[in-house]
Design a protein around this ligand. Sequence first.
Ligand SMILES: Nc1ncnc2c1ncn2[C@@H]1O[C@H](COP(=O)(O)OP(=O)(O)OP(=O)(O)O)[C@@H](O)[C@H]1O
Ligand SMILES: [Mg+2]
Length: 322
Amino acid sequence: MSEAVRKLEDIPGVGPATAQKLRAAGYFTVESVAVASSRELTEATNLSAEKAAEIASAAREMLEIKFQTAEELLRRRGEIARLSTGSKALDGLLGGGVESQAILELVGEFGTGKTQICHTLCATVQLPQNEGGLLGSAVYIDSEGTFRPERLSQIAEAHGLKTEEALRNVIVARAFNSDHQILITEKLDEIIPEKNVKLVIVDSVISHFRAEYLGRESLAERQQRLNNHLHRLLRMAEIYNIPVVVTNQVIASPDMFVGPTTKPAGGHIMAHLSTNRVFLRKGKRDIRIARMIDSPYLPEEECIFVINEYGIRDAQDEATKP
Ligand SMILES: Nc1ncnc2c1ncn2[C@@H]1O[C@H](COP(=O)(O)OP(=O)(O)OP(=O)(O)O)[C@@H](O)[C@H]1O
Ligand SMILES: [Mg+2]
């Protein structure tokens, strides 16, 4: 997108000094300034509230954020791209693959395959469109230290990709705490256009937030920061027309006497900002069950898939290479 590469100095009122302050605070593009609130800008840069408001509004004007007709929206939605998970059944559950301009949330207990799906997507995103890919690279924000290049290499090879090239096309950032995770996301505005990134993964999006904000009194602050973080990810998905995939944990839901005994962590914020949520659980052996929950337009259905040496596969194709 051409508008994605305009420089900060192009914003009216932003000279070299202000641009430098913005960059130091992690704002690299017009888009990143436009989607920030003026309060965020003030806190991050020490600019006065008036100056921050002026800059944010000038940046928004440059983006021509405007009211759109339903027809225009339909055209924009027509640009939605689909990324294959490696399983036709799971793609079907998602309405034809993981969609761009949206956040897909994978939620489930340990070992249900969230990280394995993320690894597989890092391979499939590199495939050409007619093979379910987006012919691009991936960013993997790893907050739990569970990204494994060996595993990616194994899956990439199974998909007929050259392994060294496949590994070069995945940019991994280990996030050590929630501040760091947010900072990494802010840097993405620079990396996405430059490296032809067509997929952003955050695995897991919530674990640092949950670990750092304990107790009721800090819950509001945690949710506020998580909200900003997810908003930024969603705007990125929209601006660059790419899918963003985040993983989430489950928490006990003791207030439910009937129905599920676990629910996704992150409360309303998480539920609201994920476009589609897929709930994963274990079946026998390598079988996993995925259920679509809370989608605005997809039915609440279930499907099964398997995890094996090839990554994510359909149960009936288990023994065959992709
Ligand atoms: N190379 C492989 N071949 C076959 N199965 C594998 C392979 N690597 C991992 N698995 C399977 O994937 C499962 C682990 O899934 P994964 O790590 O994606 O879980 P998760 O949902 O991310 O869990 P957590 O909440 O702990 O992060 C295990 O059951 C493991 O057997
Ligand atoms: Mg995991």
